[in-house]
Each structure stands twice: as structure tokens, then as C-alpha cells.
Design a protein around this ligand. Structure first.
Ligand code: ZN
Length: 452
């Protein structure tokens, strides 16, 4: 056992306790709950590590916790976030979301997988590296934001205002990564973009007796008719001019799919679904998953949904919809196409509200040094070989923080396929967490040696 592992073993209980303490501090950005306290907790932990750390305020938002440590020819950035999703619905949690209880080798807490486990893992790995080897072979910059779960609304501004801090960064380890249903760690090189809107249909001034439905408009019907024009039953997005902006994947991008061992049977069993959309399998399934845009009704509300019947003509109906974007769709373009599409069909009475600033698509070159270092490190550490994904199916602020500044980024982390991000009983397996510490050690060592 080498010095790094010896140090980790000797400090195992404290490392877990530190992660629990961080998880016990609520930090729900959507409710502005505990943000300042959590930022200060994370700042104190970076200072304890010996990093030059400070809070960088962002106008009107939660501060970025920024830290630097080490020196060398290369600079590695760790991007993470200390905010978490709201914990609701509370009654579905087996132990409280802020309890950080440990059962069956798993730590259960809101935010432990997304993203506090990864955040703490990286700090502790650097601590163990320093304790074991005396110094770091490169410079590390920590960028921990507090608004990821509300769309990183101020991160583009942060990246612009702090260009000088970021200009020497050679590569970024993105916030997270997960083991798949066969325990293969996923390493991913990009994110889809996203834009999130609400569609509101309105009728009379107030709810009415449903006898009035013979003569008065029903916004619930208006909304569903409008929604039905956005996508067909074959899951094809029908928004006018939408598909012409979807850049087909290159040959290299398709080749990358061929190397992904996606266990369709296990995923279907895990999710409890008989088949994937369009009965897709193989490369075509992966192509749709990673390289095609989505249009998702995330929530739909109108009228009376309580017990028993209530004959009411509602006066308001609304839907929350997200669009996941691939090259060359952008949030602004999609919003514009959506509004024009609805207006052309006579749905200009339906109000389209942009509830969050969108996020752009980002992709890092598969042959960049940070990607190669991450794949090599994962291969060295994990019992099962990693799988390289050209992009995640999810989104994040990779464009403003990395791609716009020419910084390649790669995602890897301590989650697993049943981590239940954003859902009740969010968890990580502690064994994955401790493998994650070694992964960071390997990444630091390998990235410091690789040429760009
Ligand atoms: Zn999240």
C-alpha cells in the first residue's frame, strides 16, 4: 500500500465525517436557503487544506468559492457546485435529506452525489496527495459555484469578470461522473445545452361552472392543442425550422458511440420500461440519447386535481418545458423558433416565459490532454474499464466557464447509476467515494506529465 492509500486509510473516518457535515448543511439555491453558511463552510475547508482561498461575490447571487494551491507548468481546474436541489417530496426519504445517514455502505443525503461528494472528494484527495508526496506537480484552481441547480445564472458573468484567474488553466475536471449499470465509470467530454420555458394559457377572469364550457374558452384545451404541435407520437420535434439547425454527428462522433458498451437490457430493467422510444437499440439508441435534442413536458397543471369530481372550467393552464440542445441549437434560437411556431398556428395567446437563462452546448476534443489523463487515471484505478462518452445527455455551464475560454473539460466522479440525483434518497456508495480519491490522485499525476 503506498503512502497516499495509507494516509487515506488512517483518515477514513474523518473524511466521511467531513462529507457528512457538509451534507448536513442545507444549501438549496432555489430557496436561497443556507447559501452563505455553506459557502463559508467550503471556504474554511479549502483554507484548512492550505489553499489560497476566498469568496468571489457575484452580483445578486451566491458567491463562488475560489481557491488555488500548488505550482507547476500546468494548471488543473476543479469545477464543482455547493448548492443542491430542493429535498421535496420529504415523505419519500427513508432517512432525512439533511441527516447524512449511512446504511449498507451508502451515504444518503440531498446533494451528496450532486455535487457535494465530488467537491469534498477533490479537496481530500489533494490533502492526501500533499501528505503523501510533500507537494503537488501542478497548480490546482478550485471553482465552486453556488447556483448550478438554478441554471448557473451568474457563472458566465463570473467567468468574464475573472478571465485573468482562468487564463492559465490547461484543463478542467467537470463536476461529476457516474458508474453505469455494470459498474463501469463514465468519463464524459461535453454537455447538452438547455432552455427552460413556461407556457401559460388563460381563459376567463376566473374559474367558471363547467356549463359555461359550451361558450367560453378552456385554457387547458388550448394548452394541450398547442403542446401537441411541438412533438409527434414518434418523438420527433416538430417546431418549424428546428431540425435544420441540428448538425448531424461527424464520423468521429459516430465512431465514439460504437465504443460505448451500453447495457440496454439492464437499463430497461433498472428503469422498469419495456422498450426505449421508437424501439431503438444499438448505435441508433445512443445517437438519439447523446446527439439529438429533446423537448420535455416537465410539469403540466390545470383545473381541479383533488379528490372526487369537480365540474369546473379552469381559467388558467400552464406547462413547464425543457429543451436539451445539441449543436447548433442555442437557447435564444430555440426560444425564437418556439414563439414563431406557436404564433403561426394561432397560439399567440399562449404566453411563453423564459424562467431561467439557458445554457449553451459544449464539447471538448476527445484527444485533449485532460480527457486522455482522465481515461488513463480511471483505467488505472477502477476494477472495470471506463467508458468514454463524447457528451453527457445532461447540461451545465461548461460553455461559459471552459469552452469559451478554450479550456477542455472532462467529467468524472463518485456517483453510480442509482445515485438518484434530484430525487428522494440521493446517495453515493462509500466504496466509490474512496476509489474517487485515488482517481483524483492519478489524474493529478498523469495530467501533470501529459503534453497538450
Ligand atoms: Zn443537479
Amino acid at each position: 500500500m503506498d503512502l497516499f492509500q495509507q494516509y487515506v486509510n488512517a483518515n477514513r473516518d474523518r473524511f466521511v465525517a467531513e462529507l457528512q457535515a457538509l451534507c448536513r448543511q442545507p444549501s438549496v439555491a432555489a430557496q436561497n436557503w443556507g447559501m452563505k453558511e455553506t459557502a463559508e463552510l467550503v471556504l474554511a475547508r479549502l483554507q484548512k487544506l492550505g489553499a489560497q482561498a476566498r469568496l468571489i461575490p457575484v452580483a445578486g447571487g451566491a458567491p463562488v468559492v475560489y481557491g488555488e494551491i500548488g505550482s507547476g507548468a500546468r494548471t488543473l481546474m476543479f469545477y464543482n457546485h455547493y448548492d443542491v436541489q430542493p429535498p421535496e417530496p420529504l415523505d419519500l426519504w427513508e432517512s432525512g435529506p439533511w441527516e447524512a445517514a449511512i446504511r449498507d455502505g451508502k451515504l444518503f443525503a440531498r446533494g451528496v452525489s450532486d455535487n457535494k461528494g465530488n467537491l469534498m472528494c477533490r479537496i481530500q484527495a489533494v490533502e492526501a496527495y500533499l501528505a503523501a508526496y510533500g507537494s503537488l506537480p501542478l497548480k490546482i484552481k478550485f471553482v465552486f459555484e453556488g447556483e448550478e441547480e438554478i441554471g448557473s445564472i451568474h457563472l458566465p458573468q463570473f467567468a468574464q469578470e475573472n478571465r485573468a484567474l482562468l487564463q492559465d488553466v490547461d484543463g478542467c475536471l467537470w463536476e461529476a461522473g457516474y458508474k453505469d449499470v455494470n459498474d463501469r465509470p463514465n468519463v464524459s467530454c461535453g454537455v447538452k445545452g438547455i432552455v427552460y420555458v413556461e407556457l401559460h394559457a388563460r381563459g376567463a377572469k376566473r374559474d367558471l361552472h363547467s356549463a359555461m364550457a359550451a361558450t367560453v374558452v378552456n385554457p387547458a384545451w388550448r394548452l394541450t392543442w398547442a403542446l401537441a404541435t411541438l412533438k409527434d407520437a414518434n418523438d420527433t420535434i416538430l417546431i418549424d425550422d428546428y431540425q435544420q439547425h441540428v448538425r448531424p454527428p461527424t464520423q468521429a462522433e459516430m465512431d465514439a458511440l460504437a465504443a460505448i458498451p451500453y447495457d440496454e437490457a439492464k437499463v430497461k430493467t433498472d428503469l422498469g420500461i419495456p422498450a426505449f422510444l421508437r424501439n431503438l437499440t444499438g448505435i441508433e439508441l445512443l445517437k438519439k440519447y447523446l446527439y439529438e435534442p429533446t423537448c420535455t413536458i416537465c410539469g403540466l397543471y390545470a383545473g381541479y386535481i383533488g379528490e372526487g369530481s369537480k365540474t369546473v372550467l379552469p381559467n388558467h393552464a400552464f406547462a413547464k418545458i425543457d429543451f436539451r440542445l445539441v449543436p447548433n441549437l442555442s437557447p435564444d434560437l430555440v426560444l425564437d423558433l418556439l414563439k414563431k411556431h406557436l404564433a403561426r398556428r394561432g397560439f399567440d395567446d399562449i404566453e411563453v416565459i423564459l424562467t431561467e437563462t439557458g445554457e449553451e452546448v459544449a464539447r471538448s476534443p476527445l484527444d485533449s490532454a485532460i480527457v486522455r489523463a482522465a481515461v488513463d487515471a480511471a483505467t488505472a484505478v477502477y476494477p472495470t474499464p471506463p467508458v468514454l462518452y463524447p457528451t453527457m445527455a445532461g447540461s451545465g455551464p461548461m460553455y461559459p466557464l471552459c469552452q469559451a475560454l478554450g479550456i477542455p473539460a472532462v467529467g468524472a466522479g463518485v456517483g453510480w447509476h442509482d445515485s438518484r440525483n434530484h430525487a428522494p434518497n440521493e446517495n453515493i456508495r462509500l466504496a466509490d467515494y474512496f476509489e474517487g480519491l485515488e482517481f483524483i490522485r492519478e489524474l493529478i499525476a498523469r495530467f501533470s506529465r501529459l503534453a497538450n
